[in-house]
Ligand binder design. Sequence first.
Ligand SMILES: [Zn+2]
Ligand SMILES: [Zn+2]
Length: 188
Amino acid sequence: MDAALCLIRDAAGVTMWRRVRLDSSMSEPSFEGTCTCGEIRYRMTDAPLFVHCCHCTWCQRESGAAFALNAMIESARLELLQGEPVLVETPSNSGEGQLIVRCPRCHVALWSHYAGAGKAVAFVRVGTLREPYRLPPDIHIFTSTRQPWIVLSPDIPAVAEYYDRDAYWPATSLARREALLASTRQQG
Ligand SMILES: [Zn+2]
Ligand SMILES: [Zn+2]
C-alpha cells in the first residue's frame, strides 16, 4: 500500500508530519467489523470521534484481558450490514450500567452504549474490526490500574483515570459532538 506524508494535528494541538497509509478508503474512511461466527456484520461509516484504550479493572474483567480498546462513534454513523444483535444489560464502572451489543449466536461483544450518551453513541470494540490496526488508541485511560507489564508509548497521551474532553479531542470531533447534542435536543 502507498504511504504519504500528511500534516497531522495531534490531540495536544501540535502539528507535525506523519507518514500515513493511503488506501481506497482514505477519502471516505469506513471500517467494517464482524463477530467470530460471521452472523453479525457492521460498518463504521466514518472515522471515530476518539479511541480509548481503557485499563480500568472493569474493562479488564469484561475483556478477560489487560485493557479494552473502544472506538467512540455516533450510532448514526454505525451501520448494521447483517444479522440481529442482542442487547445485554451489563453493570458498569459508573454504576449506571451499559448495554453490550452481542452476536446472538457466538455472543462476541461488538459495541456498547453507556449511560452518559445513551444509544446515540456507540463504543465499538476495535478488535472486532477487520482492520483493527487502523484505529490505534488516541489516549490511555485509567492507567492507575493498568497491568504492571504494560509499557506505554510516550507518543500517546495517558491519564491516571478519566480526562477533560476539550483538552484532548481534535476540533472536528468536538464539533461532531456538538452537532449530535444539538440534534438530540431537537428530538426532545
Ligand atoms: Zn457471531
Ligand atoms: Zn474501562
